[in-house]
Design a binder for this molecule. Structure first.
Ligand SMILES: [Zn+2]
Length: 512
């Protein structure tokens, strides 16, 4: 007897459909699995045998051959248990095959026939969609997460014996429609209203988050740069369903941080400066996603960026330009998304007081250059905005109480700007940039600038102050500022404000 069962496997964060072919032949009792199974898949033999027996199935004393198709794709993960068990089951109970063959199965089995939850359900289901299967049996505990995938009927089961009973009575139970549940507004133990003064820094933060621009904050110790950076997660805009699914797929791959359901909030990742290159960008023998992919659709915060290992920082070049990272090892190569706002802080020099109004810097010019030079030009070139922060002056402290702005207000502004941008882009039929931030530009660099802004941009460029690339960044930041002002066009004042944050322009302080 022969059977063919639908399942899927994960490649990176993408699911790929596979089929399990089963043949039971006369011969000495044996179970052979072919088609590039990993050790975990090979070990499934014992679980399958025991689970089927516990579910009342008479396990054959024959030669069982299972082929995992396509043969050239490596199959990993215990989630193939259920499909492999179903393949054997329908070879024994032949009448069930016509029902079972219209389903796909994913789930791990326990020895006594329990169906255990698995990692990476969203990716596995996305993969199944391409195979044309419409109905999927999966572990009950994965149902909540699975119900977000459109276009598939999900049949959640907790036990193999119940599943077999329902197959035999042709009464498989599709999961009940979930009552749409409200995601609670996130509570934070910190707020921008606690920051005294530093209006310009708060403004820069607002622009950076609204447009996903990378931001470097340079300032003396104790000026409050970390205080600003740590509050950035309180002003991140709402996350869309597509973004949640994409993010959940990434986290599902990593064992320690695998989520129970769908991830509900944008990530804020702040790795320690001792992190390795692999920890930061991903890789290793299993090619797992790193911090940059876990920060996808959110923020990657690098406190004292000059202290990080230089090979780790240099590895950020590709993802900062492309929004994704390519990792390869042993002939395998994977691509993980990693579009995040990089927020980095650093001291301006070894003593920390270079450019400070209050304290005197005791470093030599060479020392200052060397210190800031820890960030290479290719990296600086990918950081759109740079801000110099100094300590708050006394006059600022005294009238600060009536100028406080809360995280809620800033978040509101950002949300409004994003909605404005989406409408603007839709109207302009510039669909390409809807999902993308202003940090990554169209070819048509001066699109949307009014006459005044246009003439300044051209003037800067022709005077050699700005390369084409910097000009693109300048317009991108200015566009975000215009969106925050709900302005159709980028005006002169938007462009001038953007210019004051431009990394290349700010960095000239160090290299003149
Ligand atoms: Zn110094």
């Amino acid at each position: 007897m022969y059977s063919r069962i639908h399942a899927s496997v994960i490649w990176g964060i993408e699911g790929q459909p596979v089929e399990i072919e089963t043949n039971i032949l006369r011969g000495l009792p044996n179970h052979i699995i072919v088609g590039l199974p990993s050790t975990i898949v090979k070990e499934s033999k014992e679980r399958i045998k025991s689970a089927l027996k516990s579910s009342g199935i008479r396990y054959p004393d024959d030669r069982i051959i299972q082929n995992l198709y396509p043969a050239n794709l490596k199959k990993d993960g215990s989630h193939l248990d259920l499909a492999m068990a179903m393949g054997i089951y329908v070879c024994i109970v032949k009448e069930s095959y016509k029902i079972v063959e219209t389903f796909a199965f994913i789930g791990e089995l326990t020895l006594e026939g329990g169906i255990l939850p698995i990692q990476g359900v969203l990716s596995l289901l996305e993969g199944l969609k391409t195979s044309g299967v419409k109905r999927v049996v999966l572990p009950h505990e994965n149902y909540l997460e699975a119900s977000f995938v459109k276009g598939l009927d999900i049949y959640p089961y907790e036990r193999l014996d119940t599943l077999i009973r329902d197959i035999e009575s042709n009464s498989l139970k599709v999961g009940s429609k979930l009552v749409s549940y409200e995601v609670k507004e996130r509570k934070f133990d910190k707020d921008f209203s606690e920051v005294i003064g530093q209006k310009q820094a708060i403004r820069a933060a607002e622009i950076a988050i609204a447009g996903t621009h990378n931001l470097l904050i340079i300032g003396p110790p104790g000026c409050g740069k970390s205080m600003i950076a740590q509050r950035l997660e309180t002003i991140m805009p709402k996350i869309t369903l597509e973004e949640k699914i994409e993010l959940t797929k990434i986290y599902s791959v990593s064992e320690e941080e695998s989520p129970k359901g769908l991830i509900q909030y944008r990530p804020f990742r702040s790795p320690h400066h001792t992190i390795s290159r692999i920890g930061l960008v991903g890789g290793g023998s299993a090619i797992l996603p790193g911090e940059i992919s876990k920060a996808h659709n959110g923020i990657l915060y690098l406190d004292e960026v000059g202290e990080f290992k230089s090979d780790a920082i240099e590895a950020l070049r590709e993802p900062l330009s492309s929004g994704s990272v390519n990792l390869s090892r042993g002939g395998r190569s994977l691509n993980y998304p990693s579009r995040f706002a990089l927020i980095a802080t650093m001291n301006p020099c070894p003593c920390g007081h270079y450019l400070s109004k209050e304290d005197l810097c005791t470093c030599s010019h060479y020392e200052v250059k060397r210190y800031i030079g820890k960030l290479s030009w290719p990296i600086l070139d990918r950081i759109d905005m740079t801000l110099f922060m100094d300590r708050v002056e006394n006059s600022e402290i005294s009238n600060a109480s009536n100028q406080k702005v809360s995280s809620l207000e800033i978040r509101g502004n950002i949300q409004k700007a994003i909605t404005f941008r989406q409408n603007r882009v839709m109207e302009a039929k510039h669909e390409k940039s809807t999902k993308e931030s202003n940090g990554i530009l169209d070819d048509n660099i001066l699109y949307g600038l009014d006459e005044g802004a246009r003439s300044i941009a051209i003037k800067y460029h022709s005077k050699g102050k700005l390369s084409m690339r910097s000009l693109g960044k300048l317009v991108g930041i200015a566009r975000t500022i215009a969106d925050l002002a709900c302005s159709e066009h980028v005006e002169k004042n938007h462009l001038l404000e953007a210019y004051s944050y431009l990394t290349n322009q700010q960095m000239s302080n160090f290299f003149t």
